[in-house]
Design a protein around this ligand. Structure first.
Ligand SMILES: Cc1cc2nc3c(=O)[nH]c(=O)nc-3n(C[C@H](O)[C@H](O)[C@H](O)COP(=O)(O)OP(=O)(O)OC[C@H]3O[C@@H](n4cnc5c(N)ncnc54)[C@H](O)[C@@H]3O)c2cc1C
Length: 653
């Protein structure tokens, strides 16, 4: 019956129209490299500000835009907009670089996969869609480092409000005590939409109750600018569908869209990888793409290739530490010692709390064990999305679409117990004692067991939730460097997780804090235990469960207690051992590798307008310029960067 309905839905749908690229010229006013989160938004800003200025947007990856119709074969991009499809989006090499990082010295030399989006929208097409603006104090620090108030907690915050559009409606009434957004914190007419969940996942309210019982304050608006507290996450989802820079900025019909935008002064060229920027003397005059073709820029070249590929492109183009470039026989255009240095990231720990019993909701394990059911829900979503109302509906908006978020701060008394606290500088201690600066974040969403994958023995009847413990304010610093002068070769990505001892301490305390939440009355009534999942290698989520701690599970069940598959939570050293061996993983929130700074700042690569110091006509505009580890999820900052730099470019005309 379901299959019949699929066929019917496919038949009544339209046929996808392919992208219709305008005839490409050889020179443009502006060339933007990378149509990612920042690049897509920047192209939109520059091309709509002045129709007489031409913009060329070059992107390595494919066109990711849906182009009408719900036949998967004819419109494969449609399903990437289903919120619950995010795992599949991540798993595809078509839209993910699936980079690997250097063996991590402090993590027993583990080599981990590092995801980065490829194609229109960049990483905003594969991310988890959380819209978390973060702590205003971080924006003030950023403004201070850049000596530019445009990024501050007042002006930067106002900008974010102008570029976003928040929909506060649709949260079921039974959840209204958990979210009462203060609309003065939000914009309502910008290009980038976000919303509260219309169909919350099971356990969301219980998780929040548990956090409150554990002493975490309730946050009725997680985007108030002071992020300590627990509340319902706001997500980059609009009309039941993923919001990316592609859907909002490069689409032919704005919000929902039906394929690539046709605009006479904006040319978008996909599957075109830039190999280097071309200089005449110190002036950037164009770019060379794979195959040797050159496009010329009459005004400026802007690199928006993300925190890995932007420094890579600068280095390949002769801008970087002189000695490093000379070793690789790259002609030095400008000696810029900090290109690729100062990599900032959060780090992540995955824990899976296990519900006592299957809650019999379709998004639990049973749902994922039935591929037909999943497919059915996708088609249901697609049909409702493509119909007149345009609201994607069903279970697939639930999974991926609703989460809770807790930003936690440890007390001064707790800190006094830690030797790593004593070892910090006075300045660092003062910074972390700021009562509004969180130490870590716990992100709660529904567990995912892909069809056909193994569930630990003895827990088949249980449902999993998943926690991401996202460490904030990390003090470890990594780097991006070239392995060779070959543009086809992946650069060396070395986040150096745990290279600062304070990060180790916070990670251990974060695990204990998460377990404490699940031992509260509110939660222990629903949960049987915690599976320590560990960082995932290849690729995350799509993997067998490595832990088969049936005995532990049985013990938990028999005693009515809380099991933790084998890790002794009373022993910090034991937790640390697990984190190093398995538990700590990639944050996917990389930043800082083309650091922004004020004149005289020895660490800077670009100024506050994104201009690359030491050359002319070249800017960087993406998360690589962010100089501070933001207590947020960084897509918001990517849009802010693009917005500020767009204005700077337009002012310079
Ligand atoms: C799995 C995952 C989950 C995440 N979840 C969230 C979340 O829930 N919320 C959140 O806020 N953030 C999240 N993030 C992080 C966030 O999405 C990114 O930090 C942000 O989108 C980065 O934006 P960007 O513009 O700097 O780079 P990107 O969006 O990565 O854009 C770079 C673009 O440049 C292109 N490019 C690169 N090199 C070249 C070249 N040589 N020539 C042409 N094009 C090139 C790339 O293909 C890409 O399209 C997540 C990230 C990942 C990986």
């Amino acid at each position: 019956m379901k299959n019949l309905l699929f066929l019917l839905l496919c038949t009544i749908s339209g046929i996808a129209a392919g992208p219709d690229l305008p005839h490409l010229r050889e020179d443009y006013d502006y060339i933007i490299i990378g149509a990612g989160t920042a690049g897509g938004y920047l192209a939109h800003r520059l091309s709509t500000a002045d129709s007489k200025k031409s913009v060329l947007l070059l992107e390595t990856g494919p066109n990711t835009l849906s182009s009408g119709g719900i036949n998967e074969m004819e419109n494969p991009n449609l399903f990437s907009l289903v919120p619950g499809n995010f795992v599949e989006n991540v798993a595809q090499s078509r839209t993910n670089y699936l980079y690997t990082i250097a063996p991590q010295a402090e993590l027993e030399n583990r080599v981990l996969t590092y995801h980065r989006g490829k194609g229109l929208g960049g990483t905003s097409t594969i991310n988890y869609m959380a819209w978390v603006k973060g702590y205003k104090g971080d924006y003030d620090e950023w403004a201070h480092i850049a000596d530019d108030a445009e990024f501050s907690g007042t002006e930067g915050w106002e900008r974010i409000k102008q570029l976003e559009s928040f929909d506060p409606t649709g949260l079921p009434a039974s959840y209204s005590r958990y979210a009462v957004p203060d609309l003065s914190n939000h914009g309502n007419s910008g290009t980038i939409h976000n919303s509260l969940p219309k169909n919350p996942i099971p356990g969301l309210a219980t998780f929040i109750d548990g956090c409150i019982e554990a002493g975490i304050p309730k946050s009725l608006d997680i985007n108030s600018g002071k992020n300590i507290g627990v509340g319902i996450a706001q997500m980059a989802i609009f009309k039941g569908a993923r919001v990316s820079s592609a859907t909002q900025c490069l689409n032919s019909e704005g919000d929902l869209g039906a394929g690539l935008r046709k605009q006479s002064n904006l040319h978008i060229k996909v599957e075109t990888k830039v190999e280097r920027v071309i200089f005449e003397g110190l002036k950037a005059v164009g770019v060379q793409v794979v195959g040797g073709r050159i496009y010329r820029a009459k005004r400026e070249v802007i690199i928006s290739a993300g925190f890995i590929d932007s420094p890579k492109l600068l280095l390949l183009s002769g801008i970087g530490p002189k000695e490093d470039l000379e070793i690789l026989n790259i002609k030095v255009v400008s000696d810029s010692p900090n290109v690729g240095k100062n990599m900032l990231d959060h780090s992540t720990i995955l824990l899976d709390p296990i519900f006592k019993q299957d809650l019999q909701v379709p998004t639990s394990n049973s749902f994922w064990q039935e591929p037909d059911h999943v497919l059915w829900e996708k088609y249901k979503w697609a049909h409702s999305y493509n119909s007149g109302a345009g609201e994607g509906m069903g279970e697939m908006t639930r999974f991926g679409g609703s989460s809770a978020i807790a930003f936690i701060k440890f007390t001064p008394e707790e800190r006094e117990q830690w030797p790593e606290w004593e070892a910090l500088t006075t300045e660092e201690r003062a910074r972390f004692l700021d009562p509004d600066r969180p130490d870590t974040e716990i992100f709660y969403f529904l567990g995912y067991r892909p069809p056909g994958k193994v569930i630990p023995m003895g827990s088949e009847q249980n449902s999993y939730a998943r926690l991401f413990l996202l460490q904030q304010n990390n003090l470890s610093r990594g780097s991006i460097s070239l392995k060779s002068a070959d543009p086809a070769e992946q650069p060396l990505i070395d986040p150096r997780y745990f290279s600062h001892p304070y990060d180790v301490r916070i990670a251990v305390e974060a695990v204990k804090a998460a377990v404490k939440i699940f031992k509260t009355k509110a939660l222990s009534a629903c949960f049987v235990g915690m599976e320590f999942v560990g960082a995932t290698e290849d690729p995350p989520f799509i993997r067998d469960c490595p832990e088969r701690e049936e005995k532990n599970h049985e013990k938990g069940k028999l005693t009515g207690g809380f099991y933790t598959n084998g890790i002794d939570l009373t022993d910090d050293a034991e937790i640390e051992k697990w984190l190093r061996k398995k538990g700590l993983g990639q944050g996917y929130h990389g930043m800082g590798t083309c650091r922004m700074g004020a004149a005289g700042d020895p660490l800077r690569v670009v100024d506050s307008g994104g201009r690359v110091v030491g050359v002319e006509g070249l800017r960087v505009a993406d998360t690589s310029v962010i100089p501070v580890v933001m207590n947020n999820h960084p897509q918001v900052s990517a849009y802010l960067v693009a917005d500020v730099i767009a204005d700077s470019i337009l002012r310079d005309v």
